[in-house]
Design a protein. Sequence first.
Length: 108
Amino acid sequence: MQNFLIPANSKKSKLIFGFFTVKDLIIFGVGAIVTMFMLLIFNSNSITQVLLMCMPLMISLFLVMPVPYYHNVMTLIENVLSYYSSNNPREYTWKGWCVKDVYGKNRE
């Protein structure tokens, strides 16, 4: 019996607190600072105004939130935008072991 030791996530050790890059912390910090200044400068009497002033913090928190199979929501949005905005169309052909290769030597 062979036992292998494979780290679950070896890139996690390169991240700050195991989740964030420097870019993520800058985005979150800017959102938090803008929100704090807005809360200190403007006098608000309603919950709607307070929620609107907290929008920079909520947006930055949403962008740096971890997502499965991606680093965070911002990385997912960047990948989706780059996929749909590329000029060359992508064509993926199936070359599996259970289907005859239509473009290869087994063409009928």
